[in-house]
Design a protein around this ligand. Structure first.
Ligand code: ZN
Length: 75
């Protein structure tokens, strides 16, 4: 899997999980059990995107790195 067109990510690279306050890199999505779980986040309506679509913008909104697709948790 990778970037997804349409609601709610509109082919953007970075997606936040509002529930866990984590940011995922959809260009490096990990689909194993208990990894990114992007589809589950979207289904739960916990997905947000960032403007601009950058990791530093996600960090400025207090999102932490996903351990699987980005790594180096900042918490
Ligand atoms: Zn991830």
């Amino acid at each position: 899997m990778a970037r997804r067109p349409g609601h709610p990510t509109y082919s953007k690279r970075f997606m936040g999980n509002t529930n866990k306050k984590e940011v995922h890199d959809l260009d490096n999505e990990k689909t194993g059990r208990n990894e990114c779980q992007i589809d589950e986040i979207i289904q739960a309506e916990h997905a947000v995107t960032f403007t601009p679509d950058t990791l530093s913008q996600a960090h400025s909104e207090d999102y932490d790195n996903c351990a699987h697709c980005i790594g180096s948790s900042r918490r």
